[in-house]
Design a protein around this ligand. Sequence first.
Ligand SMILES: [Zn+2]
Length: 137
Amino acid sequence: VTVPAKPRPDVHDPATEPFWRALREHRVCMQRCDHCGYVRWPAAPRCPECLGLESSWCDLEPRGTVWSHVVYHRAFHPAFENDVPYCLAYVELDDGPRLVGRLHVPAGRAPSVGARVEAAFDEIDSDVTLLAWRLAD
Ligand SMILES: [Zn+2]
């Protein structure tokens, strides 16, 4: 049985290319509004807080807190059948934004809401690095 390929992000989309390029270099980079300072995710042309159009891509602290998490015991896409069980976490970055990513949890440890995490950079291939997380001790 051939396992189908996993979905891939478009790392060359001009709207998000700086985010993906930074992950290749093991940095977490998002847009900060030049007017009000709000850090936003996902990337967008306009600030959702003040509607300002100018923003700068800024490196963020690669650390955060587990806001929620789930462990998948069943693959909902056949490409992930060899990965189960795996954990996804909704992580609140110390700099504000919340986003979903794989949380690598050592065997025998359970994730918990409020746990401190640090970025893990999952290098998928020569183009794609995904932002994942691991528990910070
Ligand atoms: Zn703003």
